[in-house]
Design a protein around this ligand. Structure first.
Ligand SMILES: [Zn+2]
Length: 114
């Protein structure tokens, strides 16, 4: 593959193996070009194809979902679609820890051993 100039700053690009996580799950290292000036990373097409294949194998690809917040008693409730539950290994009876993860963000984390 030819070295090209960075599309953002025209800096020199260098080939590298760069770690990538999809939906927070580390998938490994993938071929990319990294700008030596601004540090921007551009994964190569074969790199993206491998990322997509691994994310699909792990059930992560397209597992994100838009849901409405409901209301029950004095609490808000969220339904977790089956595909998302499977991708994150959540089941009925699983204990999770909920915490704020920024403005408008909620982190749902399975507690160990459940
Ligand atoms: Zn750059």
């Amino acid at each position: 593959m030819n070295m090209s100039a960075c599309p953002l700053c025209r800096g020199t690009m260098k080939e590298a193996e760069v770690p990538y996580a999809y939906a927070g799950v580390p998938l490994g290292r993938f071929p990319a070009e990294v700008c030596q000036r601004c540090g921007e990373t551009f994964f190569t097409e074969p790199g993206w194809l491998r990322i997509e294949r691994l994310a699909r194998e792990k059930g992560l690809w397209g597992a994100g979902s838009r849901v409405k917040v409901g209301y029950s008693g004095h609490s808000l409730i969220l339904r977790i679609p089956g595909k998302l539950a499977a991708a994150t290994d959540l089941k009925k009876g699983t204990t999770v820890y909920l915490q704020p993860a920024g403005k408008g963000k909620l982190l749902v984390e399975r507690t160990s051993g459940t």
